[in-house]
Design a protein around this ligand. Structure first.
Ligand code: ADP
Ligand code: MG
Length: 334
C-alpha cells in the first residue's frame, strides 16, 4: 500500500518551527514569516531523461532536490519547505529508503523541511516543489543585467557533461588500430572519471553564494542547460548581449585530465547539468563578489562582460568568435 511508503517518509522528516501542519493531513499549513516574499519553483526528473538508468537511488534523491535548490539559489532565496511527488513502478521500500538518504541529507544541510507530496504508481518520475523566502523586492532576477557589468560564474563548468559523456561514449580516448586489435591510446584515470560522474549525480546547489549576492548581483541564473543557453536567457530578459572569454571559463583538474583536447570548450560552454550560478554585477562590485565567494567557500570567476546587442558571443584566445568544432555541440545543448 502506498500508505506504508508515505509512513516511511513521514517517519524520517525533520521538523521546522514554521511547519504548522506537515505530512498526514490533506495539505500542509506553513507559517510564512511576516514581511517576507515566498519564492516557489518545481522541477521533475524522469528516469533515462534526467538521470542515467543506473543511477543509485540516493543520488536520484539528492539530484531531485538539488536541481530545485539550485533555482532558489539563483533567486537569492533562503530554502524553507518542499513537497515531493513520487511516481514509482512498484512498492520498493529499499529503493525508497535509499532515495530518502540522498534527498533528506541535502534537505537537512539546507534546513529545508519536507511537508507533503503525492505517491502514485507509474514509471519512475520524481517531482519536487521548493519554497524559499526573500526580503520583499530583493529576489535575484534574469532581467537586471546592464551594459558594462561583469559576467561571473561559480564553481567549474563542464564536469557534469563530461561525466555523462564518459558514461555514454567511454571518453575521448583515441582508438588506434594495431595487429592485436583496436587499442585505446589513452584512458581517463579512474579518479577523474569518478569525480566527473559525482558532479553529474550530486550537484551542489550554490545557496550560500546566491544569498550573498542579493543586493550585489544585477542578474542571476543557474546553469542547467549549458552556459551559452542560460546566459542567453539573461541577455534576452535584460535586452543586452554578452561576451565570454573561453579561456577564462573555470575548469576542474578532473576535466583537464579527462578532456585535454579540443572537445573541452563545447563541454564547458554548452554542457548541461552544472548547476553553477551565472550572474552579472557592476565592475565596482568586483572586490565584493570575491569576498562573497570566499565567505560562501565557493569559487567565483569573472568570465566576460555585458555588452550592447542581444547575443552571447564566445571568444577564443585571439578574440575571435568561437564556433563548435563538430556538430556534437548540439548534443550537449539540450
Ligand atoms: P490525499 O488523498 O489527501 O492526497 P495522500 O494519501 O496522497 O492524501 O497523502 C497523505 C499525506 O501524505 C498528505 O499529507 C501528503 O502530503 C503526504 N504525502 C503523500 N506522498 C508523499 C510523499 N511522496 N512525500 C511526502 N509526503 C507525502
Ligand atoms: Mg495525494
Amino acid at each position: 500500500m502506498e500508505f506504508e511508503l508515505i509512513e516511511r517518509i513521514r517517519a524520517r522528516v525533520v521538523a521546522r518551527a514554521d511547519v504548522v501542519l506537515g505530512i498526514g493531513d490533506d495539505a500542509a499549513v506553513l507559517a510564512v514569516p511576516p514581511g517576507r516574499q515566498l519564492v516557489v519553483t518545481t522541477d521533475t526528473l524522469n528516469a533515462g531523461v534526467h538521470f542515467p538508468d543506473d543511477t543509485a537511488p540516493s543520488d536520484i534523491g539528492w539530484k531531485a532536490l538539488a536541481v530545485n535548490l539550485s533555482d532558489l539559489a539563483a533567486m537569492g532565496a533562503e530554502p524553507a519547505w518542499c513537497t515531493l511527488s513520487l511516481s514509482l513502478p512498484g512498492q520498493d521500500a529499499a529503493w525508497l529508503d535509499g532515495f530518502l538518504d540522498g534527498f533528506l541529507a541535502l534537505a537537512a544541510r539546507h534546513g529545508m523541511a519536507l511537508v507533503g507530496g503525492d505517491t502514485t504508481r507509474g514509471s519512475l518520475s520524481v517531482g519536487v516543489t521548493v519554497h524559499g523566502l526573500v526580503a520583499p523586492g530583493r529576489a535575484l532576477r534574469r532581467d537586471g543585467a546592464v551594459v558594462g557589468d561583469d559576467v561571473w560564474v561559480t564553481g567549474t563548468l563542464g564536469d557534469a557533461a563530461a561525466g555523462l559523456r564518459l558514461l555514454q561514449h567511454g571518453g575521448p580516448a583515441v582508438v588506434v588500430a594495431c595487429e592485436a586489435g583496436p587499442v585505446l591510446e589513452a584512458e581517463t584515470d579512474a579518479g577523474a572519471s569518478a569525480l566527473l560522474r559525482a558532479r553529474l549525480d550530486r550537484p551542489e546547489p550554490r545557496l550560500a553564494a546566491g544569498l550573498g549576492l542579493v543586493g550585489v548581483a544585477s542578474s542571476a541564473i543557474d546553469v542547467s542547460d549549458g552556459l551559452a543557453a542560460d546566459l542567453g536567457h539573461v541577455c534576452r530578459a535584460s535586452g543586452v548581449g554578452a561576451e565570454v572569454r573561453l579561456a577564462a571559463l573555470p575548469v576542474s583538474d578532473a576535466l583537464l585530465q579527462a578532456f585535454p583536447g579540443a572537445e573541452r570548450p563545447a563541454l564547458q560552454a554548452a554542457g548541461g547539468d552544472d548547476y553553477e550560478l551565472c550572474f552579472t554585477a557592476p565592475a565596482a562590485m568586483r572586490q565584493r563578489v570575491e569576498t562573497i565567494g570566499a565567505e560562501a567557500r565557493t569559487r567565483v570567476t569573472r568570465i566576460g562582460r555585458v555588452v550592447a546587442g542581444g547575443a552571447v558571443r564566445l571568444l577564443d584566445a585571439d578574440g575571435v568568435e568561437w564556433q563548435p568544432a563538430r556538430p556534437g555541440y548540439e548534443h550537449f545543448a539540450d
